[in-house]
Design a protein around this ligand. Structure first.
Ligand code: MG
Length: 202
């Protein structure tokens, strides 16, 4: 399986990092070794002093597809969940300045914690609130009505380039409020009022 992550998909987040808004979806990959499941703790890697949380809604692909028409993209996933796109911001900054790929800042072991999934039926996918609390304080809050490229548009776009396979995950981008995590932080992710993600930083 592969993990596809979308960058700059919420305007306010692009602005907080002084990035221009993309004219088309921007994506990069994480390997399966980045996955962190079962609420296992996240260990801050020793190569970064500025690891940021990016809470994101995650789509789980449930059918094989290539060149998927946007009209039919909704048939390619039945569940959504929450994940964190951990980013070594100091290293990413160095990559951006030098025009290097981002992988070293984005795809390290444990950089993709994944919470529980819920069926997408009965959810209003175009108006979903989600948030990240750290130590009981809300630090990120988003609503899918603010997505620049919505889920079905992302699936159509990505599948022009990559074959989507059962079990592939799409991290759909983070809203504003990203920031560093520190030792012993307790991260809790909510989709509406349902807690789907719970992990500690070690
Ligand atoms: Mg991200």
């Amino acid at each position: 399986m592969k993990i596809i992550c979308i960058g700059r998909n919420y305007a306010e987040h692009a602005r907080e990092l002084n990035n221009p808004l993309p004219a088309k979806p921007l994506f990069f990959l994480k390997p399966d070794s980045a996955l962190l499941t079962n609420n296992n703790p996240f260990y801050i890697p020793d190569f970064s002093h500025d690891v940021h949380h990016e809470l994101e809604i995650v789509i789980k692909i449930n059918r094989l597809g290539k060149h998927i028409n946007q009209k039919f993209a909704h048939r390619y996933y039945s569940e959504i969940g929450l994940g964190i796109d951990f980013t070594a911001r100091d290293i990413q900054q160095e990559c951006k300045q030098n025009g290097w790929p981002w992988e070293i800042a984005k795809s390290f072991d444990g950089s993709a914690p994944l919470g529980d999934f819920v069926p997408k039926e009965n959810l209003d996918l175009k108006n979903l609130n989600f948030r990240l609390d750290i130590n009981q304080k809300t630090r990120q809050q988003g609503n899918t009505s603010d997505l620049i490229f919505h889920f079905d548009e992302l699936i159509a776009y990505i599948s022009r380039f990559l074959t989507l396979k059962i079990g592939d995950l799409i991290f759909t981008g983070t809203p504003e409020g990203v920031g560093p995590v520190k030792l012993n932080d307790h991260l809790e992710g909510y989709l509406e009022e349902k807690k789907l993600l719970d992990l500690k930083v070690k």
